[in-house]
Ligand binder design. Structure first.
Ligand code: SF4
Length: 310
């Protein structure tokens, strides 16, 4: 955090958070789509699975998960004895909500022969119905590990399903969900931004539409996009994912320029978390995220199968 430019209220708030963090012996995790000031106070920043794995590894008993519900649930599945706090209980994921438990259960009944792969961006209930979980970074690897004669039902993101089918050359039945933030980016929008920055490389997330992915110089998860931009010689990049990623990109690469593929790629749920809410969570140890033991054990099987493969 830059103390020279931040206002005194914010500086005091950050001091209080750090004091309470120490008192609670807590760890703060922040997804890279979180506001910059939240990323700055975190012990770890990264993608959802990386953060859940950090939650499992740490000795801390209190984890403040600055992200959305499915992320905190994943941490609770991997670390049932820890106190997982989500500073804003209403921070959900519209993509995860597009695959409700009952509908998924009925679909699986209709297609009993398929292998069910659920993206981590799904509820714990949906994970419990799945054979495997996957992330955007390992979806292709998971699909390739499934016996070729088995069809795959991929839940909930149709764009990631499409990308995975193309790369893995496997038959995939996509659930018709999509991330409203990534789906907002259109081919026409990309053409306009490319005209403004003709030298820039286009890096996009696989939750983007297929026609957008087809135009990209690189398609990757948030972690992969950050790594690609940090290790590449190019000086300019157009970024097709949620705008929170600009915070680590610009911080780690002061000599490079990053432009949004669309100004509208903002996840409102991710922005619900504030410094005040983080402080309240540490003080009150609320809101706590828990997963019932039955659902947890079944979801853990799907997560563990993914971890074994990758
Ligand atoms: S960016 Fe998309 S997938 Fe991620 S939390 Fe927001 S709505 Fe869900």
């Amino acid at each position: 955090m830059n103390n020279k430019t931040d206002n005194p209220t914010k500086i005091n708030l950050v001091k209080e958070i750090l004091a309470w963090k120490k008192k609670r012996e807590a760890v703060i995790l922040a997804h890279v789509y979180q506001p910059g000031e939240i990323q700055d106070i975190a012990d770890f920043t990264g993608d959802s699975l990386f953060l859940s794995q950090q939650a499992a590894k740490t000795q801390a008993k209190v984890i403040v998960f600055c992200g959305v519900q499915f992320m905190a649930e994943t941490a609770a599945i991997l670390s049932p004895k820890k106190n997982i706090l989500l500073p804003e209980i209403k921070a959900g994921c519209p993509l995860a909500d597009m695959a409700p438990y009952e509908k998924v259960k009925n679909k699986i009944k209709e297609l009993p022969e398929v292998v069910v792969v659920s993206y981590v961006n799904s509820s714990a209930n949906v994970k419990s119905l799945s054979d495997y979980c996957c992330t955007s970074a390992n979806a292709v690897q998971i699909a390739q590990a499934i016996p070729a004669e088995r069809d795959i039902l991929f839940i909930p993101d149709k764009n990631l399903a499409n990308f995975t089918a193309k790369r893995s050359k496997r038959k995939i039945i996509p659930w018709q969900g999509f991330c409203p933030v990534h789906n907002v980016l259109t081919k026409e929008g990309v053409i306009k931004v490319k005209k403004l920055h003709p030298q820039a490389l286009l890096l996009v997330h696989p939750e983007c539409r297929p026609e957008v992915c087809n135009m990209a110089d690189y398609i990757g998860s948030t972690r992969e996009i950050i790594e690609f931009a940090s290790n590449n010689q190019a000086k300019e990049y157009i970024i097709g994912t949620e705008i929170g990623i600009f915070h680590p990109l610009r911080k780690n690469n002061p000599g490079k320029q990053f432009f949004p593929a669309s100004e509208n790629m903002i996840c409102q749920d991710m922005k619900l978390i504030t410094l005040e809410k983080v402080l309240y969570s540490l003080q009150s140890l609320k809101p706590r995220i828990t997963v019932s033991e039955d659902i947890r054990k079944k979801s853990l099987n799907a997560l563990n199968r993914m971890i074994e493969i990758t």
